[in-house]
Design a binder for this molecule. Structure first.
Ligand code: SAH
Length: 276
């Protein structure tokens, strides 16, 4: 059953957004002059003062994120809730201080242990695809979410603003610990961080309305499909032999069975088995 796509409604009353978070003023969503120099300056100052994440002029400013949001809009992303979430979550706080000045460019960045935080446009695309699932469209939010590959926790932070509850699994202990640290104060969406092999999903909280993977395998683990609720949607990078690379696979669990659609070509880190 294919329904015509409808624009997603704004999902959550504002009191469900992050504490202190405000809706983005329309003027902040207009393209602005590059703030890169100010941001670099702020980062340099912060580093010189021995601080952690850079503060003050530049990276802490909502205007820096608004510029990223404006670029996502220009590229055709129109999902309001996703744009709102990108405007709120401070991506620079999830990466190494030395990389903070690049945090709002559309680029993937190393997060240690040979892993990367995905580029904002790809994360935004995946979240927007989740919003077009049947349950998400009906509810106006992503419901119960399973994320495979917590990494530094940036996408998990976005998800807490868009979902009722979030279970995020990471197989590398140092990254799981780091994400826990980074996500202090991002508990609004009922966030649960799990250290384990995400190929097995997380049965205790199943079924999920939305499942999103940040690592790509040769196949799709059966547990993910088993744990997908009726009306739910899964978005994951999977190797596609005919196209010779990774492609975003979207799967909807409909009452009468699974519907699959292949989307954009992508490049994610590999989905591995076991923990380390
Ligand atoms: N969403 C993350 C992206 C992290 S990169 C962010 O915002 O930072 C993908 C992550 O998937 C890596 O941290 C990698 O260790 C993890 N990963 C790979 N295979 C996994 C598995 N089987 N279970 C859980 N995590 C896995």
């Amino acid at each position: 059953m294919n329904r015509p796509a409808r624009p997603a409604r704004f999902p959550l009353p504002l009191d469900r957004l992050a504490a202190g978070a405000k809706p983005v003023a329309p003027e902040l969503l207009r393209p602005q002059r590059p703030l890169q120099h100010a941001a670099q300056h702020a980062a340099k100052n912060a580093a010189a003062q021995g601080q952690g994440a850079p503060r003050g002029l530049g990276l802490d400013s909502a205007a820096v994120r608004a510029r990223m949001v404006a670029r996502l809009r220009t590229e055709g992303l129109s999902c309001g809730p996703v744009l709102q979430a990108f405007a709120q979550v401070e991506r620079h706080r999830f990466v190494d201080t030395a990389l903070a000045t690049q945090a709002y460019e559309d680029t993937s960045l190393p997060i240690g242990l040979s892993q990367t935080i995905s580029k904002p446009s790809v994360v935004a695309r995946m979240l927007a695809l989740l919003f077009e699932g049947e349950s998400a469209r009906a509810a106006g939010h992503l419901g119960r979410v399973l994320e495979i590959g917590t990494g530094c926790g940036y996408q998990a932070a976005l998800l807490t603003l868009l979902a009722r509850s979030v279970v995020s699994i990471e197989r590398l202990k140092p990254l799981h610990d780091k994400a826990r640290e980074n996500l202090e104060g991002h508990r609004h969406g009922g966030l649960r961080l799990v250290f384990g092999d995400g190929r097995l999903g997380h049965a205790p909280n199943a079924p999920y309305d939305s499942i999103v993977a940040a690592a790509g395998g040769e196949d799709l683990p059966a547990a993910w499909l088993d744990q997908l609720a009726v009306g739910g949607r899964l978005v994951a990078p999977v190797h596609d032999a005919t196209r010779g690379g990774q492609v975003l696979l979207v799967i909807d669990r409909q009452p009468q069975g699974l519907a699959r659609r292949w989307h954009d070509a992508v490049h994610f880190v590999p989905l591995k088995s076991g923990t380390a």
